[in-house]
Design a protein around this ligand. Structure first.
Ligand SMILES: Nc1ncnc2c1ncn2[C@@H]1O[C@H](COP(=O)(O)OP(=O)(O)O)[C@@H](O)[C@H]1O
Ligand SMILES: [Mg+2]
Length: 279
């Protein structure tokens, strides 16, 4: 079973792209997948042009059944959309006792229904992010190729350890994921070294990277998953490898029925091992 939040305190690093594309990779491998948009900007519904009747806020506060709030986007994938009502919900729950447990209380009832739950969050520190961390207990940090993204990743790690201590739940960073990587740009190597250093300091592996690919923006503009827009795109190929590594981290098979994939994946290399060959 996988519960994974995708977060970085900096915007524009590829969080939404990562959450959407990985969710789709897991769903395509047969895992029953739920993608949750906990960002009040509601990027997922705008990218996919979804018009749900109910949103995350309705599920959290109006006692509606999850099944009535999600949209089925494929046989194995549901999306719980977010939007401005997420902010209202956030304000309403600030006075609730043990409010950080809200997602855990609500989503744990559906643990049997989904193999993978991925949560996209806003870049700003918010109660929704704390709720997502306490529920998922694992998070993946996309980092784009600028130093502010690396600082944002550091801030996310610090926030996770604060929440972990305050709420007394283990919260584990799964990996740093370099995104929008173009090796021909001079800054890339510098930022990659910063990412490796941050990973080493915190004993977190670095996986990926995800290459820069114009298909990503085009897919967004066409309101499609990358897999539907261009099944042969470079970024999708990279995300699919990362999906294998994450499944391995969660000790799940490469596909739901346990069948091997045609493409072999890179093993999940721990940062300390990787650092040996990476001066
Ligand atoms: N691998 C990639 N190659 C090219 N552009 C990308 C890639 N990943 C993300 N982008 C673009 O970067 C921008 C920010 O991505 P997004 O996923 O919305 O980030 P966030 O959710 O962190 O704000 C978007 O315009 C998206 O199309
Ligand atoms: Mg986003």
């Amino acid at each position: 079973m996988m519960r994974l939040m995708v977060g970085n305190q900096r915007g524009g690093v590829g969080k939404t792209t990562t959450a959407m594309t990985l969710a789709r990779c897991f769903a395509d491998r047969g895992f029953r997948t739920l993608l949750v948009d906990a960002d009040p900007q509601g990027s997922i519904s705008s990218v996919l042009k979804l018009r749900p009747e109910h949103y995350l806020a309705d599920f959290l506060l109006r006692q509606l059944h999850l099944r009535d709030c999600v949209l089925k986007v494929s046989d194995t994938m549901d999306v719980l959309c977010g939007g401005r009502t997420t902010t209202d919900a956030e304000q309403q729950v600030t006075s609730v006792v043990a409010r950080e447990r809200l997602f855990e209380d609500m989503f744990s009832n559906f643990d049997e229904i989904y193999d993978c739950v991925l949560i996209d969050v806003a870049p700003s520190i918010s109660l929704m992010q704390a709720c997502a961390m306490v529920y998922a207990r694992h998070f993946l940090i996309p980092v784009a190729m600028d130093s502010l993204s690396v600082s944002g990743a550091g801030a996310s790690l610090f926030y996770a350890s604060t929440i972990s201590r305050a709420c007394r739940v283990p919260i584990k960073p799964v990996a740093l994921l370099p995104t929008i990587v173009n090796k021909r740009i001079g800054l890339t190597e510098v930022v990659m070294n910063m990412i490796h250093a941050l990973g080493q300091q915190n004993e977190i592996p670095t996986i990926g990277p995800i290459r820069t690919d114009t298909a990503v923006g085009k897919a967004h503009r066409a309101h499609q998953f990358l897999a539907d827009f261009d099944s042969k795109s470079k970024a999708l190929e990279d995300y699919d490898q990362v999906a294998s590594q994450i499944l391995e981290f969660f000790q799940m098979p490469a596909t739901k029925d346990g069948a091997a994939l045609m493409t072999a994946s890179e093993p999940f290399v721990h940062e300390t091992q990787q650092a040996a060959g990476n001066p």
